[in-house]
Design a protein around this ligand. Structure first.
Ligand code: NAP
Length: 264
């Protein structure tokens, strides 16, 4: 799989990443159908398969239930083969299924230290602010992207950024950090100006929901994954698309679709 220099950071990131919401959380999610959280054995087989297919980016967050803790165990012995992306700001209560948000400097430091511990590592490759939708307010009110720069200078994280939900927020985040994670797919093109800016300024873009959380896969008319990848990778701003799957057959099919689209 093609790897790209990520926003001039020196990190080489695979075109597809593996999303891990479904490794840790089955409440408060918007997938087309229910699912069973994979066992450790199943999750490890999935991670090994992804690695063998050339994927080196894995995406997690404190808000994904126990995803971070599980990765801390599952990646033992192969930590350095992965770029780990985690986040800060959203907390999830597995009992109630409710999210809450905290972007204060105290919480940011606490959360990053906790992620390091849970992930069983002494650095996190990419650390993003997990927005609640009020992107600009979070950046301006808390100076949170400056704080991530400080954590970067301390060596705790290697790349800073924000998972945003608005165009204005995505643009502001990119002006103060290395990358943004945005939603971009066949059914949601509104945030394209953020991708345009990233391409022009040499910033990184990670895509979330490239398959609209699986809703695009319900399309029987054409190959929805190939059509999706053709669309998203046509944009020069896209560094990597993080696809969430717990099905090894889907993972293989996705990599194959990417190869077809890339003409390899
Ligand atoms: P997605 O990647 O667009 O779609 C994932 C869904 O598509 C899963 O239900 C998966 O089901 C299904 N799928 C994948 N490949 C398929 C295939 N070949 N055929 C049929 N179905 C397929 O959406 P997402 O999981 O919401 O987002 C991806 C990742 O982005 C997440 O895991 C997370 O890491 C990140 N994310 C971040 C944020 C944020 O705010 N920062 C928000 C949402 C997501 P199977 O498991 O059955 O394959």
């Amino acid at each position: 799989m093609i790897r790209r220099n990520f926003a001039g950071t020196g990190l080489e990131v695979s075109q597809l990443g593996l999303g891990t919401v479904k490794l840790g959380r089955d409440k408060g999610v918007k997938y087309p159908s229910g699912f069973k959280i994979p066992s450790d054995q199943e999750a490890l087989a999935l991670i090994n398969l992804a690695r063998d297919l050339g994927i080196n980016l894995i995406d997690t967050a404190p808000a994904y239930g126990n995803s971070e803790e599980r990765l801390g165990q599952l990646l033992k012995g192969q930590r350095h083969e992965w770029l780990i992306c985690s986040k800060v700001g959203e907390e999830f209560d597995s009992e109630t299924g409710e999210s809450s948000f905290n972007f204060t400097p105290e919480h940011v430091r606490y959360s990053v230290e906790r992620s390091l511990q849970r992930l069983n590592t002494d650095y996190i490759d990419m650390l993003l602010v997990h927005s609640d939708g009020n992107d600009e307010e979070i950046i301006r009110r808390y100076g949170i992207l400056q704080q991530l720069q400080e954590l970067k200078a301390e060596g705790k994280i290697r790349v800073t950024g924000m998972s945003t939900k608005t165009v204005a927020g995505g643009l502001l985040a990119l002006s103060q950090s290395d990358c943004a994670m945005v939603t971009y797919n066949l059914a949601h093109r509104e945030e394209e100006p953020v991708l345009d800016y990233a391409a022009a300024e040499g910033k990184g873009i990670l895509l979330k929901k490239a398959l609209a959380s699986g809703h695009l896969c319900l399309d029987q008319e054409r190959d929805p994954v190939a059509a999706s990848f053709e669309f998203i990778f046509a944009h020069p701003g896209v560094s990597s698309a993080i696809v969430g799957t717990i099905n090894p057959e889907h993972l293989k099919a996705n990599v194959k679709a990417l190869e077809q689209v890339s003409g390899r």
